[in-house]
Structure formats: structure tokens, C-alpha cells
Design a protein. Structure first.
Length: 490
């Protein structure tokens, strides 16, 4: 781990935002997805229902961030996509932008182009503009996988740039930056050389960087967590692990093993308990799959005794003639010990939602820190939501579940009739309602509670990936081509 910390960055951290009426990061204050002071929101929204304004924008998956009377988001404009193999695409020459939009009217106040020194491939349902901005006071921070971090003031003046990468992530990026005291935190998990990074929010200078060799690709946004009477922590769901780091120094404090790989959702904290989940195809079985240790596989197949496996050596057994590309994560045509350990972790990992109250240091996997686990009915991408002491999950197919967050007991489960598609946007809540948005553009409004009920379903008739923002009795919702503002009529 590299530390270049200046004294100011080591001062006690605060979780307070500049204004509690802002929606300053992905999923709003604390990443919880809950509107703090909103008291009145419409029970029905759609392209022609309760619209205050609509602003056309280039495509992008980043979610709207609201601060200082302005809305910030990113977009990718122009260029065309081409097949890059393995069901990936590369945007050919499109431009990357950060937008600032007037909150009351929807007017575009400024647009700033980001450098794009490379064109990395990404999964077709992803975007080169997926990570959401974060705002702290008079600064807005954005991240693009094709460049790195950039800071602007609220008027669009560039303050600093911090180039990062290139990255070894075949699906593109999804993690968004967060702010912790004087630091901007960025998770850069990938198939090789994963790391967690902190830069000075004023200068952009690197303060600390912690390597994460035990994990591979993930798309989660970290959680800033304040244990009672202790230092602030950065909690990171990664492939196979949930890990807590000292927010001021990047020191690895604790971890829990056994989760599936490439997580996408952000964790939440409620009453001192952290809730995080993992889902990936192949992780449904209750019992782990045993895989030989690297020493055993070398003894069996390393014909030239060089301590690594070539594709030919690995595929000598007909049972393993496929899948080499998913083990050779650094793409050097060899499998080394770390890559094999990642493969073993992937084979033994399981989909899970866990409730955790970390206590102590080191490996907490079998400790009382894990309050409960749940393995079924889990989302792929959307983050969990706790609102008015009820935990909510939305799964592909429109399966909506309410649970007791203390015990994990399912309270009610059913399908969102008329919205049975795929879900990327996370649920958000306010004014007694939960809002859910499918990839296909169906928006469902649900009355919050143990025995939730569907209030309305409407159709935007275009793809939607971004998570809505709820603030000041308004809803800001992004579709593929536009940003909408909704409110309930007086």
C-alpha cells in the first residue's frame, strides 16, 4: 500500500454533507436511496404525467446528482459501437461530457468535455459514462474509465485532473466516486491489479492507494461507514469479499469471505448494521464447489515445470478445454498462482445478502459480526433499500420483496404487474412511496410498508438504467434520451 498522506487528510472525518437537502452522490445521502425531508411526491409519473420539465440529453447511465440548485450527470455523445469480441463493444470516437442543469427549469447551464486518451471495451448494456458524479460543497467530481478523475467547480471551471488506468475490466466501469472528509475515494476493481484510491479533494493529489490482489472485477460504489466511537471506514463489496478500510489511511481492517464475484450494488447502513449483496450466474448452489489447490494442478498438468499453466496445459483434460480466457485475467496467455486462487474463490463463492455489524479486525467470516444471511430472491444489479424500517429488494422479472431488516424474514413478495423486465436502477423512496424503474422504461410506484401495494405503472417506452433522485418534493429521472423532472400538483 502506498501512502502519501498530508496531515490535513488524517484529521477526523465527517459524514455530514454541505446541505442535507442535497442528493450529493449515487443514491443520495449516505447512498441510502431515501429522500430525507421530502413530504409530497406523485403517486403516478410518466412521459405525460406530472411532468415539470424535460431536457433532452445524450445517452449515459450515470444517475442525476443534485446540489446547490443544480443537477450534474455525465454522458457519451457521438461515435458508433463495433464488436470487440466476447459480447463487448467499443465506442468509436464518441465524446465524454459532464453536464450541469438548472434544477428548477431544466436549462443546460454548462457542458464540459473530458479527455479520452483510450477507447476501452464495455458490456453492451453498460456505457462509457456509467459512474455518477459526487458533489462536496463547491466541487463536483466525475470519473470516466477512459480517463480517470476530474474536478470542476459548480460553474464548470476545471480544478484538477487525475489520470488513471488503463484498466483491465472487460465490462467497463460502474463504480462511482464518493467523498470522505478531505478525500475523494475511487474503487478501481478489475481483473488484475485492483485497488482502492484516495485523492485530495482540493488538489487531486494521491493520498493513499491500497492494492486489492484478492479480488477481481466489480462495479460497486463504496459505503462511508462510521462505527460508534471509532474511525470512519470505507466498506467495499468486491469479488468474493466484503472489506472494511480505514478511511484516512487505506489500511485494511476487516473482511468477510465467501461472496460471489463481480458485485454491482452499493451497500447501505441502517441502525449501525451494514447490508450488502452479491448475485452472479452460477452462484445459486447452497454448497461450495471444491477446486484443487494450485500446487495440485501444477503437479498434474505443468508439463514444462515452469510454475505456471499454458492454455495447452490447462486444456489437456477434456473437462477443462473451455474457460481458460476467464481464468487468465491479465491476458498474458498463462495462469499464475493468484489467478488460480481467484478462480477457486469464484468456484466456491455464493450469492448472498448479508447483514453485518463489524467488530474487531481481521477475518470476520465465521464471527458474530454476520447477523444473518439470505441466498434467494436476490437482485443482480439494484442495491437494497431500507425505508421506514422495512428492507426492499427488486429482482429481474419484477420480483419485489419486503423484509424485516433485523431478522431477514420475508414479509411480502410478489411481481410488479406490468413491469416484469430487467432492473438496473436501484429502488428509491420518499413521502411514503417506493419508486422502481426497469430497463425497458416501466416505472412502478409502490406504497411503502410490509404489505406494499402497487399504486401505478407507466411506460417511458425507452431504456432506463439510471437511478432517480428524490429531493425537495421533486423526482429527477433519466431515460436514454432525456432527463425529466416530476412533482405532485398543489
Amino acid at each position: 500500500m502506498l501512502r502519501l498522506a498530508r496531515a490535513a487528510a488524517l484529521l477526523p472525518l465527517t459524514l455530514a454533507f454541505a446541505a442535507d437537502l442535497d442528493w450529493p452522490r449515487f443514491r443520495g445521502p449516505d447512498g441510502a436511496g431515501v429522500a430525507i425531508r421530502t413530504t409530497k411526491l406523485p403517486a403516478e409519473i410518466g412521459p405525460e404525467k406530472n411532468v415539470v420539465w424535460k431536457t433532452e440529453l445524450p445517452p449515459g447511465h450515470s444517475s442525476p446528482i443534485v446540489a446547490g440548485g443544480r443537477i450534474f450527470l455525465t454522458a457519451a455523445e457521438g461515435g458508433s459501437s463495433s464488436d470487440a469480441g466476447r459480447d463487448k463493444v467499443v465506442d468509436q470516437g464518441g465524446k465524454l461530457y459532464t453536464f450541469a442543469i438548472q434544477r428548477q427549469t431544466g436549462e443546460i447551464l454548462w457542458r464540459r468535455e473530458a479527455p479520452r486518451p483510450r477507447l476501452e471495451r464495455y458490456q453492451p448494456t453498460n456505457s462509457p459514462a456509467s459512474p455518477s458524479p459526487v458533489v462536496d460543497g463547491d466541487r463536483v467530481f466525475v470519473f470516466f474509465g477512459d480517463y480517470g478523475l476530474i474536478a470542476y467547480d459548480l460553474e464548470g471551471r476545471e480544478l484538477w485532473k487525475a489520470p488513471l488506468g488503463p484498466f483491465n475490466n472487460v465490462n467497463g466501469h460502474g463504480s462511482s466516486p464518493i467523498v470522505a472528509g478531505d478525500l475523494v475515494i475511487m474503487l478501481c476493481d478489475q481483473d488484475s491489479d485492483s485497488f482502492l484510491l484516495a485523492v485530495d479533494k482540493v488538489t487531486g493529489r494521491e493520498v493513499w492507494r491500497t492494492a486489492r490482489p484478492e479480488v477481481t472485477r466489480s462495479y460497486s460504489t463504496p459505503l462511508l461507514y462510521q462505527p460508534p466511537g471509532a474511525k470512519a471506514q470505507i466498506v467495499v463489496p468486491g469479488a468474493y469479499y466484503l472489506t472494511g478500510y480505514d478511511a484516512a489511511t487505506g489500511e485494511k481492517l476487516w473482511w468477510i469471505r465467501g461472496m460471489s464475484w463481480q458485485p454491482k450494488s452499493t451497500p447501505i447502513v441502517h441502525d449501525g448494521i451494514i447490508y450488502a449483496h452479491w448475485w452472479e450466474g452460477g452462484g445459486e448452489a447452497e454448497s461450495p464447489t471444491e477446486t484443487p489447490a494450485f500446487s495440485a494442478i501444477l503437479a498434474e498438468r505443468d508439463s514444462n515445470h515452469d510454475g505456471v499453466l499454458t492454455a495447452a496445459e490447462y486444456s489437456a483434460d477434456p473437462r477443462t478445454q473451455r474457460g481458460f480466457v476467464n481464468i487468465d485475467l491479465n491476458n498474458d496467455t498463462l495462469v499464475n498462482a493468484q489467478e488460480w486462487e481467484n478462480y477457486r474463490a469464484r468456484r466456491s463463492s455464493r450469492n448472498v445478502l448479508i447483514a453485518v455489524k463489524p467488530a474487531g479486525k481481521g477475518d470476520l467470516t465465521g464471527s458474530a459480526a454476520v447477523i444473518w444471511r439470505m441466498q434467494k430472491f436476490l437482485p443482480n444489479v439494484p442495491s437494497p433499500l431500507i425505508y421506514n424500517k422495512i428492507l426492499y429488494l427488486v429482482k429481474d422479472g419484477g420480483i419485489f420483496t419486503s423484509l424485516d431488516p433485523v431478522t431477514g424474514k420475508i414479509l411480502k413478495q410478489g411481481r410488479l404487474s406490468g413491469a416484469l423486465g430487467t432492473y438496473y436502477a436501484s429502488p428509491v423512496a420518499g413521502a411514503g412511496k417506493v419508486y422502481l424503474l426497469s430497463q425497458e422504461g416501466k416505472v412502478t410506484v409502490v406504497s411503502a410498508g410490509q404489505e406494499w401495494e402497487i399504486l401505478s405503472v407507466d411506460d417511458f417506452d425507452e431504456e432506463c438504467f439510471a437511478t432517480p433522485a428524490l429531493i425537495d418534493n421533486r423526482i429527477y429521472l433519466r431515460t436514454k434520451t432525456a432527463l425529466y423532472c416530476f412533482s405532485q400538483p398543489d
